[in-house]
Design a protein around this ligand. Structure first.
Ligand SMILES: [Zn+2]
Ligand SMILES: [Zn+2]
Length: 424
């Protein structure tokens, strides 16, 4: 049966009211999650299915499993997306390995493209007009609430609600997940939008329109790898044409930094890694020099390339104490060390304090970018070919291969970025 959204909302209220009535007749109420379960049950996407498949992370070092879920239901200001593709990122791997703590069970995957299939009831008309049913979209992994102190200042990458609810609790901003297992009704948490599923709910503030000229699969990386690289260059490094840059770690995000740096007019672009294959790939993405850190002294080599000065900007994309130190030593006096690699919780980095002070070294952390302002710019760079998606996505795989592809990422076997194709 298919209901209009007004009709569904009425029905939902009646169901909730009934459940509270029967519940309160009992002397002790133990059915707190009932409201959500009833809301999710029996929900159909207009004329479509009432359930979906998604991958579930249960606990560190246990394989992901594919489970059936009730169709997730968007609320006001949210979109239900038929997920087309989801990128495979190191942040998910950190959760899988237990290096970053996150609520579980959960659905990982935070780098998606897809088609809008439903708007939450009472969603603002401005949103429904911008993202009509059937439109192609790309989602940013930082999903700004739009209303907190930082969002109002335009610093959406510091959104309080995103960190307090999504990253800390695995929910959206009403404190609830949109994901419930089909059989048990058990809630499953969401890492960002929970992109490794056939459908996902995402706040409209986190999406940008994807032009039809851009393919779903390759474009998935725009929402994390390219978005993060853009944020690092635009906001943290404030890169200017003519600047020199070194990127330490040229996997998915680091490789995107090379292309974005070229787009901003970098002259010397130095790629640093321990794998020759990644360095070779870096040359096709605009690197002018490469350094294999397993053979050469990174800081010495960077100094040599830059006539003894060091680079204007160095980017650390690995999240390791050693590469953090290399990054801060590789910048010229007054230069900027931009740190974007996620390290295991509580990892510490060292810095030579006297040089920091006297030579005015700037150390700047950067986590992502600003979804509403930056994601449309990132899409434009890809649309015009200034950023090449084809050269960045090195592997495409199926939904069922998720475990293998994360293992390959962990083993360093993925040269650029892998993308999981979820539906046609
Ligand atoms: Zn990511
Ligand atoms: Zn916010």
């Amino acid at each position: 049966m298919v209901f209009s959204s007004a009709c569904r909302s009425l029905l939902r209220h009646r169901q909730i009211a009934t459940s509270y009535l029967s519940c309160c007749r009992r002397s002790i109420c133990t059915a707190a999650p009932t409201e959500e379960r009833i809301e999710a049950a029996g929900y159909h996407v207009s004329g479509g299915p009432s359930f979906m498949r998604g991958t579930v992370f249960w606990e560190p070092d246990r394989p992901l499993t594919i489970e059936e879920f009730h169709m997730p239901r968007p609320k006001a200001g949210e979109l239900l997306i038929k997920t087309k593709a989801c990128g495979v990122c190191h942040s998910d791997l950190h959760v899988l390995k237990g290096e970053l703590l996150f609520s579980s069970p959960c659905v990982l995957g935070h780098e998606i493209t897809g088609e809008v299939v439903e708007h939450g009831a009472h969603t603002d008309v401005g949103i429904t007009k911008r993202f009509p049913i059937g439109s192609h979209v790309v989602g940013a992994f930082i999903m700004p609430c739009g209303n907190c102190f930082f969002c109002v200042k335009g610093q959406e990458d510091l959104c309080e609600a995103f960190f307090a609810y999504n990253r800390a609790k695995g929910t959206l901003y009403d404190g609830q997940t949109r994901l419930f297992l089909r059989n048990s009704g058990k809630p499953v948490y969401m890492y960002s939008m929970g992109g490794l599923a056939e459908y996902c709910v995402i706040p409209a503030n986190a999406v940008a329109t994807l032009p039809n000229s851009l393919p779903y699969t390759e474009s998935a990386i725009l929402g994390c790898a390219v978005f993060t690289a853009y944020g690092a260059m635009r906001h943290a490094a404030e890169m200017r044409a003519g600047d020199s840059i070194a990127v330490i770690g040229v996997g998915g995000i680091g490789a995107s930094c090379l292309q974005i740096a070229r787009a901003f007019g970098a002259t010397e672009v130095i790629a640093v890694d321990v794998q020759d294959e990644k360095l070779h790939n870096a040359m096709t993405l605009g690197a002018t020099h490469t350094i294999n850190a397993s053979r050469d002294d990174v800081v010495e080599k960077i100094k040599e390339i830059t006539g003894g000065m060091g680079v204007d900007i160095a980017v650390e994309a690995l999240g390791k104490p050693l590469t953090f130190m290399q990054c801060t030593k590789a910048v010229r006096d007054g230069g900027k060390a931009v740190i974007i690699g996620l390290a295991p919780t509580n990892a510490l980095g060292e810095i030579e304090l006297t040089r920091l002070v006297r030579r005015q070294i700037k150390i700047i952390g950067s986590y992502g970018a600003r979804a509403r302002q930056d994601l449309p710019q990132v899409v434009k760079l890809a649309e015009t070919g200034i950023f090449s998606l084809q050269n960045t996505v090195s592997r495409k795989c199926r939904f069922e291969e998720a475990n293998q592809v994360y293992k390959d990422l962990d083993d360093g076997k993925i040269i650029g970025r892998a993308v999981i194709e979820i539906s046609e």
